[in-house]
Design a protein around this ligand. Structure first.
Ligand SMILES: O=C(O)CCC(=O)C(=O)O
Ligand SMILES: [Fe+2]
Length: 312
């Protein structure tokens, strides 16, 4: 595997853009996005609609959440595997995380609030929902730009309506060593788009096309594609390999907003993106069924589990 580099990811300014209206900056930013995806498959986004204050309150309640007793955190279960609480396991002994399905809808966050704090903790739900909602605006702008750049924007409504969000928050216990320690093994995310924020403590590393690792700024929103978007674009764009490496005595907290295909929806590349030069790469698949496979031992043997699952 390649080494770490002092390379930097492109930083793209999404301030003053919004999903509906086309600002004069739209085309310029879109071309920066296209270039960044081609070169790195990833970039850092500036997006002040999620102000620093909100990020600070978010991580303050997050710390309280992870400080709850283990048994309380375990109460947060979902019928979808790996969406609820994941405690430290043999593969990632420093990592624990909790997911909230559809966090832009206040009632969903409140359901989790009631599970974790039966006596109630309204500011928890308010902050989680507010940040997810604002960050989903960035995700939508990015996705619209990708579809436009591929000439398939006529599918935009269908694409948006057939997806939903998962918020996953992570805590990494400090490894108490200056040696770089694996927090999360290299992988691609299974969903559509991931927006990752690290709250000051660096750890995320992005693999470049030539196998080196870039450390994004811990103060930026890092944006990249997951397997489901790679499949939908018929491989025009790639999901990005990333890992978490940590060291030292400081605990690390991070958040990921993941868009993903809705349950029951078949992920299928549009006809416009399939031709002789670009034969179909993935058979249509259902995301939750793929997730079941993604977490098996067999999937872990493959660098790209989606290829093993439904590659043509
Ligand atoms: O904590 C991070 O920075 C990344 C976590 C991650 O890769 C994931 O949850 O899929
Ligand atoms: Fe990931």
């Amino acid at each position: 595997m390649g080494s770490e580099t002092s390379l930097k990811l492109p930083v793209i300014d999404f301030n003053s853009l919004d999903f509906e209206g086309k600002s004069p900056k739209w085309e310029e930013v879109k071309s920066q996005v296209v270039k960044a995806l081609k070169e790195y498959g990833c970039f850092e986004a500036l997006f002040d609609k999620v102000p620093l204050e909100l990020r600070k309150s978010f991580f303050a309640v997050l710390k309280e959440l992870f400080a709850l007793p283990h048994e309380t955190k375990l109460r947060n279960v979902y019928e979808i595997p790996y969406y609820g609480y994941l405690g430290k396991g043999p593969r990632s002994p420093l990592y624990e995380s909790i997911g909230i399905d559809e966090p832009t809808v206040l009632e969903n966050v409140q359901r989790m609030e009631k599970i974790l704090w039966p006596e109630g903790y309204p500011s928890f739900s308010k902050v989680m929902q507010a940040l997810s909602e604002k960050l989903s605006e960035l995700e939508k702008i990015f996705r619209k730009m990708v579809l436009e750049s591929l000439g398939v924007e006529k599918y935009l409504d269908e694409h948006m309506n057939s997806s939903s969000y998962l918020l996953r928050v992570m805590k990494y216990t400090a490894p108490q060593t200056e040696d770089e320690t694996l927090g999360v093994s290299p992988h691609t995310d299974g969903g559509i788009v991931t927006i990752l924020y690290q709250n000051e403590v660096q750890g995320l590393e992005i693999e470049t096309k030539d196998g080196n690792w870039i450390k994004p700024s811990p103060l930026s929103f890092v944006v990249y594609l997951g397997d489901s978007f790679q499949a939908w674009t018929n491989g025009r764009l790639d999901a990005v390999f990333h890992r978490v490496m940590i060291k030292g005595n400081e605990e690390r907290y991070s958040l990921g907003l993941f868009s993903k295909p809705k349950r029951g929806h078949l992920v299928k590349a549009p006809d416009e993106l399939v031709d002789e030069e670009h034969p179909l790469q993935f058979k249509p698949f259902e995301f939750i069924e793929f997730l079941d496979y993604y977490h098996t031992d067999d999937a872990r043997k493959h660098r790209i589990p989606l290829k093993a699952y439904c590659g043509v």
